[in-house]
Design a protein around this ligand. Sequence first.
Ligand code: SAM
Length: 247
Amino acid sequence: MSAEPLLRLAFGNAAADYERGRPEWPDEIATVGRLSPDAEVLDLAAGTGKLTRVLARRFTHLVAVEPSAEMRALIAGVQALDGSAESIPLADSSLDGVFCAEAFHWFDWPRALDEIARVLRPGGLLVLCFNVPNGGDYLPLPEAAREIIERYRRLGVEPGGKILESGAWREPFADPASPFEPLCEESFEHVHVQDRDALVARTLSTSIFAVLPAKERRTLGEELRTVTADGTYRTPLRAEVWWTRMR
Ligand SMILES: C[S@@+](CC[C@H](N)C(=O)[O-])C[C@H]1O[C@@H](n2cnc3c(N)ncnc32)[C@H](O)[C@@H]1O
């Protein structure tokens, strides 16, 4: 299973909703692999900078790469370059660590891994993380909202989560010829607390709705706000962290 280009490039349409609605990352992610604070580190597919902010609290030499200009425009305080996992605008063997949150499943895996191996120094660290539900729904919406969502789904357009759940993205790491060691796993529990409007924004920022024309997304948002009670919504999450080093 591979990512649909239309969907993986759609996040920029929903940059403001993404920033408002998506969960943050626990600080522990920056300590995975125990890189020194003066290590040279990349946040790849940085989006609006949610993991970038966590990494910036630990690392002095940090750069972000993100292909969407709308997402990149919201990254603050760190150099943010236009680029992709398949074409990273950095020199060979120039990094000690590459971090990548909620994005590896969107890449062309063999090309991305060759490119990540190119920019990492020998023994360099690669950290991939994903927020997964921890005993509840990813989107704690009422039943009426679910019915609305179903109406806006395009037939045959699968969300990125399906690729993630399939585990297919881990297969290239099992190849004995991979430049990376086998993946290790750690996880960190956290809770995403948000109000009704942020929960609706989170829904609108998922790839299958980010891809809708702006007017249709706005109407979907209005319909969801109408049926979702104002209040505080808590989503228990587990940040699943997969990490490896260059052989
Ligand atoms: C779900 S967002 C994750 C953003 C951010 N890392 C975070 O944790 O909030 C996925 C990001 O991957 C980016 N993306 C999609 N395909 C990409 C590719 N081939 N190379 C690099 N980034 C890509 C999208 O533009 C989007 O910003």
